[in-house]
Design a protein around this ligand. Sequence first.
Ligand code: SAH
Ligand code: SF4
Ligand code: F3S
Length: 465
Amino acid sequence: MKREERVVQPEEMKRQEAFIEEIREMPQKPKSYYVVTYGCQMNAHDSEKLAGMLQRMGITEAEERDKADFVIFNTCCVRENAERRALGNVTWLKEVRKNNPGLIIAVCGCMIQEPGMAEKILKQYRFINLAFGTANLHCFPELMYRTLNTDRSVVVVEDRDVIPEGLPIARARKEAAYITIMYGCNNYCSYCIVPYVRGRERSRQPEQILREAEGLRDSGVKEIMLLGQNVNSYGKDLEGGMSFAALLKELDGTGIPRIRFMTSHPKDLSDELIDVMSGSRHILPQFHLPVQSGSDRILKMMNRHYTRDQYLDRVRKLREAVPGIGLSTDIIVGFPGETEEEFRETMALVEKVRYDSAFTFIYSPRVGTRAAEMESQIAPEVATRRIQELIALQEGLQQETMKRFVGTEEEVLTEGLSRRSSESVSGKGRHGISITIAGTVQDVGEILRCRVTGLKNNTLVGERI
Ligand code: SAH
Ligand code: SF4
Ligand code: F3S
């Protein structure tokens, strides 16, 4: 399909708008909604779009899930436990319906996009009123209208690579905002289900992204987080394509105080991007660079297209260009066939790089992916022991790496009151690390300058300057 045809046409968006208006006037519409979100930032942002549409329908957000008349689960299926948790909670809601017979239960997101899921819902989960996949998010008004006008389940799953523009967004935070720059993924890492449930890579037009960023800046947003499964391949599908580095440079010029992005695939991390980062004040000195494994053989089996040395070279370049940069990563242990020695290579890499944080996962086979078909799947107890070792190593190293901030000056964008005390606030410093400082509700959402004074319970504490 040509790229232009992927953008949902304005006429279609107008049609959806008309459904919103219809629902607004319906006496039987739900009064309150609650969105339950699983998975990554991509899903969190989709939930903000769902909330945006629901509010336009005249439905207000409920304080608690069990008080709402309309509950929607935005699901994730990247690992089996994510899926199990979602299905468990959806089923539990059936009980809540006994006290609230009018309760509408809806399910959307990546899990619905899995092959056979539509049939499964119609057969085994008949109490679900509405289900739709990631490709149908922008049709939610129409699907909601249908649901409100029938006693049957409405289940719609399509395999389309669309780019919806202009959806209303009810943002969860005032001071920080997500901006999707591209949808989907073409990488087909052999363990990963995302390309199957999120479709092919497609980039938004740079003008659309810039307009959104400027709008956010004008409304006082202090930080934007650019989202894509692989932001480094932004623009490759655009005519006269703009690179991710060039897009960042443009965004840097808007004057938004803080710019972050995720996720970057190491194989596409260009020197151009590193240059842009080193020359910018607004692009924060932090980088999430998933390594997945420290073993060349496993990386190859994972279809990652880089070696351990190439990865380490990127890390070295980043650190040279942006001194003190905050580095985080994702690691999978127990990939099929991973030997003890190969696991040790991952441990050694972690020790060498010294990440500021690491998200560690036990490999989870996903139906339809190549790795799920591979022989010699690792025994659960072996994988569990490996992840425990890895976590222990990382926690120890993190204590050390964090110490480098003690005595330095940082700028914190405060997210909320600290969980430990009502007289302090916490948020992220420019390097992506959480810092707690004295403050009150009035300080939330502000950028505060501080001097880092120490390390307490694994988090940095600072004093305001
Ligand atoms: N596009 C991003 C994030 C994808 S999902 C990226 O490429 O980095 C986030 C993380 O989940 C991945 O980085 C990987 O570490 C983990 N993951 C994905 N599939 C998995 C699986 N089948 N089992 C265990 N972890 C998985
Ligand atoms: Fe999954 Fe790999 Fe794509 Fe990330 S880059 S979403 S891990 S296939
Ligand atoms: Fe999960 Fe979908 Fe994100 S599978 S990790 S919510 S893209």
